[in-house]
Design a protein around this ligand. Sequence first.
Ligand code: SAM
Length: 251
Amino acid sequence: MSKLKTISDLERKCLVGESWYDNEDNITEYQDIFFDELLFDLARPWPLEIKECIFFRGTPDEGEQDGNRWAFRGHGGTLSVEDYPNSLNVLKTWDTILTKYKPKSILETGTNSGIFGFLCYKFLGNDFKLTTIDIEPNSKTCVDEVNKYFDNNLITFYEMDIKRRITNWEVEEEYDFAFIDSGHDEEILTKELNFCDKRKVSIIVCDDWILDEVNDTINVFLENSNYTLIETYNGITDDSIGYLKILKRNG
Ligand SMILES: C[S@@+](CC[C@H](N)C(=O)[O-])C[C@H]1O[C@@H](n2cnc3c(N)ncnc32)[C@H](O)[C@@H]1O
């Protein structure tokens, strides 16, 4: 009897890597998270079974155009049912980071299916507030589910094209911590980092520094701002998730 939630054969065909199913018996750490049905639903190929996004990974019969796309416009979440080893690595990383910095007021760019918000509730209890933004309207459904599940309302979602709007975004909240994880190109990342600088965010975590464009943009920001690189986390393989850089505002 599987400890993981059962999904359709079609969706299971999307799991081409070392999926959580392949490793079910090896899951000893973070069992409460891996076997949690909501978290599983957020990290599965079609989060919460939402397929009505414009892009999803399926068969050509289903209208899929590009085999490399994932649900929610081809970007995956921080954990993926497709990949157990990297999901475990990322869980450990976020457990360490959130436990160490204990942020109270967090900004996340790139909500996707709300997995980071789920982890905030798990690792920070109810002692945080998270503002999270994404261009994808389905992200709101995920965030609503996460808040409902934890019987609280600590996560606020804004639908926004960050590239067009973040520079002039007026938000009252002050943030002590940001997780930058949306567009991953020079233009959007520069705008996100400058926004954090303008708002004097003390700690900025940038995802996916393994991508040259991301790393170069972080380096340019470090040269031209009052931030210092204080920690670097690595994924398991070059093309995996879990490559985080942490920047701290001086003074
Ligand atoms: C890698 S995912 C975020 C994963 C999420 N932070 C997590 O921890 O699971 C990237 C997200 O950025 C969003 N995104 C990409 N370009 C964007 C833009 N211009 N404005 C807002 N969101 C954008 C995508 O829709 C996608 O959901």
